[in-house]
Design a protein around this ligand. Structure first.
Ligand code: SAM
Ligand code: SF4
Length: 328
């Protein structure tokens, strides 16, 4: 088992998009009241007094859409300036990025993952929802702004859905030919989106890899990060292509992460709720951070067993909560 040193922190469960696969229409999306969010001070205290003493040094901010939280730049600065943080990254849909990229950089952020499921504005808009003016140009401008500011590695995440965007895989892979970007294809998961999943199904990484290999060839590649992606490079390309295969491959035995939801629930596994701890209530009830640390340490000790059980049961079931609610 790897050391568990990576915490994914959801800053908010709300989002300015409503992606078909993440917040499907009709899903029971009851947003948390703001009073339930971990405050900036609570988050910093938990990292400083609980997680970092237990060996966590890598953090990712996510959501919902983390850039929707108005304090996001301050939260980045709070974490980036904690002694002992070795990596801080953020996952975003990039809609608000062009106005924030420089501020995030100045606050100490160096790594960004951006979701970009399509290069076709009409398809993109159908995936992310909303009416009126296309959202694609503003997202593309956000990606360009991040590139100009110097974010590196800049990773683009693509959830591949048959009949929706799978025909764009080669075009998306081609972005890496003359850019230092890293395009990662993610297998579509049945999380809170049963009917779309049943209707569309999913496509496995091996199939996508073969399509790219047949077009250009593929070499092994590398890219910095904490992720479970298998990384390749098209010969002569500046960037890389990666595959995140949580449906076709089980990587529970390589899992080095825990998740903290916007309302302070610590979750040892994306796909089941075993052993969750309510850290916000503990803090607000005045329980000492020494005691909270002890409880988190016990949960950490249980994680290999939780991972083992997941490995035995497989990951092909459907899960009721959406990624935006869990903290993707
Ligand atoms: N709003 C940000 C974004 O979209 O990048 C961060 C949160 S989002 C929940 C984090 C990641 O989860 C995104 O890359 C998104 O594509 C992915 N995701 C959401 N639902 C998914 C699903 N059902 N299957 C696979 N990936 C999913
Ligand atoms: Fe929002 Fe990200 Fe979920 Fe899309 S994937 S609805 S952008 S949280």
């Amino acid at each position: 088992m790897p050391a568990i040193d990576y915490l994914r922190i959801s800053l908010i469960d709300r989002c300015n998009f409503q992606c078909q696969y993440c917040m499907p229409e009709g899903a029971d999306l009851q947003y948390l009241p703001q009073a339930e969010w971990l405050t900036r001070a609570e988050l910093r205290q938990l990292l400083q007094e609980v997680f970092m003493p237990l060996g966590f040094s890598n953090f990712r901010l996510t959501g919902g859409e983390p850039l929707v939280r108005s304090e996001v730049v301050d939260i980045v600065r709070d974490i980036a300036t904690l002694p002992g943080v070795t990596d801080l990254a953020l996952t975003t849909n990039a809609f608000l990025l062009s106005g924030l990229a420089q501020n995030l950089w100045d606050a100490g952020l160096r790594r960004l993952n951006i979701s970009l499921d399509s290069l076709d504005p009409a398809i993109f808009d159908r995936i992310v929802g909303g009416r009126g003016k296309s959202r694609w140009p503003q997202v593309w401008e956000g990606i360009q702004a991040a590139h100009r500011v110097g974010f590196s590695p800049l990773k683009l995440n693509v959830v591949v859905i048959p009949g929706v965007n799978d025909h764009e895989v080669l075009d998306l892979a081609a972005l890496t030919l003359d850019r230092t970007w890293h395009v990662r294809f993610i297998e579509f998961m049945p999380i809170g989106n049963d009917s779309l999943f049943e209707q569309k199904g999913w496509v496995d990484s091996a199939t996508l890899r073969d399509r790219i290999r047949q077009r250009w060839g593929l070499n092994a590649g590398t890219v910095r990060g904490n992720g479970p992606a298998d990384v390749f490079q098209i010969p002569g390309a500046k960037g890389t292509v990666g595959f995140i295969s949580q449906m076709s491959e089980c990587f529970c035995d390589r899992c080095n992460r825990m998740r903290l939801s916007a309302d302070g629930w610590l979750r040892p596994c994306l796909l089941n709720e075993t052993g969750q701890l309510d850290l916000k209530t503990a803090l607000r009830q005045g329980i000492s951070t020494a005691e909270i640390k002890h409880q988190v340490a016990m949960l950490l000790a249980e994680k290999p067993e939780i991972n083992y059980k997941m490995r035995q049961s497989g990951t092909s079931g459907a899960y009721q909560r959406t990624m935006s609610q869990i903290g993707g």
